[in-house]
Write a protein that binds this ligand. Structure first.
Ligand code: NI
Length: 172
C-alpha cells in the first residue's frame, strides 16, 4: 500500500466531473487500499478518487472511532434523502484546516458497488450520512464550501490561492 498525494484547493481538478468506474479488478482494489491508507494517515474520514487525481466515481470513508469500518462505494447513487436535516461541522482533506457547518439530509440510503463489484445498499445516519453526501459531491466536482455564502466561499478560495502561489514561489 502507498500513501498518495492529496490535491488541494484551488486546483481545478477538484471541479471535474468524475466518470463511472467501468472495471472492478485488482488494480482498482489496489487503488482503494491506497486511498484508505491515505485517508487514515491524513487523518480524515472520507476521500474521493478525484482528490488523488483519479476522476472515477468512487470514494472511501470510515466514520468509526476505532478506524475499523472502512467502506468503499463505487458508482454510488443516493436513492433516498430524509426530509429531516442535520447540521454538522465539515472539513475536507482538499481544504486543509478549514471547517464550517453545513446542513444536509440527516439520513440517506446509498446504492453502490462494493470492491468485489457486488451491488449494495446502505442506510447512513448522522455523521455517516454527512460524510457520504460530502464524498458523493466530490464525484460531481462539488465542495462543501459551495454550501456557504458567496462571500465566505470567495474568502476561502482566495486564501488557498494565495497559499498555493507562495508555495510555488518557494519551490522555484
Ligand atoms: Ni472532501
Amino acid at each position: 500500500m502507498a500513501v498518495m498525494d492529496i490535491i488541494t484547493l484551488p486546483d481545478p481538478i477538484l471541479r471535474k466531473q468524475s466518470l463511472p468506474v467501468e472495471r472492478i479488478d485488482d488494480d482498482l482494489r489496489r487503488l482503494i487500499d491506497d486511498m484508505l491508507e491515505t485517508m487514515y494517515k491524513a487523518p480524515g474520514i472520507g476521500l474521493a478518487g478525484i482528490q488523488v487525481g483519479v476522476d472515477r466515481r468512487l470514494f472511501v470513508m470510515d466514520v468509526s472511532r476505532e478506524e475499523n469500518n472502512p467502506i468503499c462505494m463505487i458508482n454510488p447513487e443516493i436513492i433516498t434523502r430524509s426530509e429531516e436535516l442535520n447540521v454538522h461541522e465539515e472539513g475536507c482533506l482538499s481544504i486543509p484546516d478549514y471547517y464550517a457547518e453545513v446542513e444536509r439530509p440527516k439520513i440517506v440510503t446509498m446504492k453502490f458497488l462494493d470492491r468485489f463489484g457486488k451491488e449494495q445498499q446502505m442506510e447512513l445516519d448522522e455523521v455517516g450520512a454527512t460524510c457520504a453526501q460530502h464524498e458523493f459531491d466530490h464525484l460531481n466536482g462539488a465542495l462543501f464550501i459551495d454550501y456557504l455564502s458567496k462571500l465566505r466561499r470567495d474568502r476561502v478560495i482566495k486564501k488557498f490561492a494565495k497559499l498555493a502561489k507562495q508555495k510555488e514561489k518557494n519551490i522555484l
